[in-house]
Design a protein around this ligand. Sequence first.
Ligand code: TRP
Length: 394
Amino acid sequence: MRVLSGMRPTGKLHLGHYFGVIKNWVKLQEEHETFYMVADWHALTTGYKKVDEIPQNIEDMLIDWLTLGIDPKKSVVFQQSKVKEHAELFLIFSMITPKSWLEWNPTYKDTKYNLLRIADLSLMFKGGLRDHIKTFVAKLPYKVEDFDALEELLLDTISDALITALFEGYLDKEMFKELNVSKRDFYDTDTYGFLGYPVLQAVDILIYKAQAAPVGEDQLPHIELSREIARRFNHLYGEIFPEPQAMLTETPRLPGTDGRKMSKSYNNAIYFADSEEEVKKKVMSFYTDPQKLRKGDPGRPEICPVFFYHKVFSPSERTQEIERECKSGRLGCVDCKKIMLEGLEAFLKPIREKREQVAKDRELLIHILEEGSEKARQIAKETMEEVRLKTRVG
Ligand code: TRP
């Protein structure tokens, strides 16, 4: 079976990426014909203002893919924007995709809602800041040509900086939860391209006639849309595309250091590129059962993120012992974290060493992506020939 999946190049990968996605990708390449794509055009849909970071993010992500076991001999590892045929099919699909299919997409609806909240948030910041800035500008010992313009400039810059600070984790994190916003929504996503995000994703899958796409639950509506677009195309112009199935990965979500889902935007992630020191610091700062204030208090392992890690990284007998000792109160959180760190490091250390090796050979990384993209292009080209014949254009 042909299988395709992709990931937006957001940079270095963390533990959550591995247990949620990559581990499964590695397994699939043993059983299927696998295509793994760096979705760099997709990165533009939310990050078109920050393009300077893209090349480095691609490199960092690719290093982690290879380190974690994605094998270019077994899988076609390629870069979306190197296969221009995606853009052509995206155009064709845009013609036949009803707008309502996209507007009802949950990701789009959520983002729209969050955008409104961001607008509120920036107004709030601006409201509080205006007076301070007025006073500040009035006191300036320099000759100011245009007071109003300077005030506006400062106001915009500072409120942007505050919003960024919030997203980067310098301001109280509670605010995030209260406002229910995410960093991603900070970037202007009120665009045609963002609305069309799932159409581009349908192209990624269908242009290779992949029968399945391994994805997380949040992507299910996108796969469903790919099926609908395939069906509509086939109905209008004749059978070309198989309807792809989603392959759900059933791994429990790995919590981050604060107990929430591990995510770059929450600033709670442990990266494969982190040094031993950094990992230690993160582990020691882990959130634990808030009712267990000191050694001696009985803990609740079932709600503790540290215990979740024991289940994954510590030997099972040890884990059982820790469960008992935590519940009885004999084991304190600091000691518990130290034991967890041992297990985690046993897993991370060899990966860290391999990562260093992989990162050294930049030429090879570039070569892998070029070769993979060339293979992908051959298939995409064939599909496009068929599409052009059927649609009578191109
Ligand atoms: N949208 C996916 C995500 O954010 C990434 C992606 C792009 C993808 N194209 C794809 C996943 C094709 C599966 C198939 O995770």
